[in-house]
Design a protein. Structure first.
Length: 283
């Protein structure tokens, strides 16, 4: 039905508007519909142990399955969702889906690993965040340590007090926290003091250029020293080459996420990988 609606509207508007303009105008109202119809899917990207290649966790990454435009990347619609106050519903949907997938894995007696969810500042600030999470964990019978939360430094800037208290409560419950896109924000280092997170995820931009830029290499190295000092685990994001992997091993980087091991994959492939207790080896 949404498909038909969308098509009719496209015919109406394309005579005077470009597709790009149409997209902009219609995305917000489409997004409202998408939430009702649950027109989203989650892809999962494995996080592997740097030394063994064992899959130790995964990150849930949302895609909008748009009836006209196909899969839309979160980079495109999450900002729209944040501006139009739709983000919390989306966040809660993602958390529930992750709990459902974990329930499925438990039911089939398969191997299970924690799955992390990215949360926006708006959602972190919600007073009902913790009760909602607890509710899903209970409803699906999921141990808290099977869910993890990722927040960016940006979130900290926008929601400092709320984020501090949310992080403390989440950790009390037993949910691990990652500081995502580390190094790209304004005061990364001071945040380590304020927010007692479990993991830092080095932003992909540093990994991408660490072998060609001295400065980026030093940043990656320094983040590892910092992590050691604060007793945090390091995840390197966006590892694409064996050369990058080799260098990260030398730095004793704990975990890797990147195309070298696996792109984000759909639920079916994810369940397969996890239930086979897979060790991902790059080509
Ligand atoms: P992120 O949390 O930093 O996620 C990592 C992004 O890097 C993902 O993009 C992933 O597909 C991509 N990536 C991973 N390894 C590689 C690699 O080796 N090479 C390259 N080129 N890219 C790699 P994706 O899925 O497009 O997500 C983009 C961002 O959207 C995420 O960045 C996150 O900030 C946001 N996002 C995704 N899902 C959600 C969600 O459910 N809620 C919220 N609030 N934000 C989300
Ligand atoms: Mg993330
Ligand atoms: Mg990131
Ligand atoms: Mg990012």
């Amino acid at each position: 039905r949404a498909k038909e609606l969308g098509k009719n509207r496209l015919q109406l508007y394309t005579e005077s508007l470009s597709i790009e303009t149409f997209k902009l105008f219609s995305l917000e109202s489409d997004l409202r519909k998408a939430i009702l119809l649950e027109d989203f899917i989650l892809h999962y990207q494995p996080r592997v142990n740097t030394l063994t290649g064992d899959v130790v966790a995964a990150e849930a990454l949302i895609r909008w399955n748009h009836p006209l435009f196909g899969l839309i990347s979160p980079a495109e619609f999450i900002p729209i969702a944040e501006e139009s106050n739709l983000i919390d519903q989306i966040s809660f949907w993602v958390i529930e889906q992750v709990c459902k997938v974990q329930r499925q894995l438990i039911q089939s007696g398969d191997n299970i690993v924690p799955v992390s969810v990215n949360l926006s500042a708006k959602t972190i600030m919600r007073a009902d965040l913790i009760p909602t999470i607890l509710n899903y964990l209970e409803r699906y019978g999921i141990e808290p340590n099977l869910l993890e939360i990722e927040i960016t430094e940006n979130t900290m800037i926008k929601a400092e007090m709320a984020a501090i208290s949310a992080i403390e409560k989440l950790k009390e419950i037993g949910i691990a926290i990652s500081l995502d896109d580390f190094g790209t924000g304004y005061s990364s280092i001071s945040y380590l003091k304020k927010f007692k997170v479990n993991y830092i995820k080095i932003d992909r931009s540093f990994i991408t250029s660490m072998l060609v830029s001295q400065e980026d290499a030093r940043i990656v190295e320094s983040i590892h020293l910092l992590a050691k000092g604060f007793n945090l685990k390091v995840v390197a994001e966006g590892v694409e080459t064996t050369e990058q992997l080799k260098r990260l091993k030398q730095l004793n980087c704990h975990y890797i996420q990147g195309y070298l091991f696996s792109k984000p994959i759909d639920e079916e492939q994810f369940l397969k990988i996890i239930s086979n207790n897979s060790r991902l080896l790059y080509a």
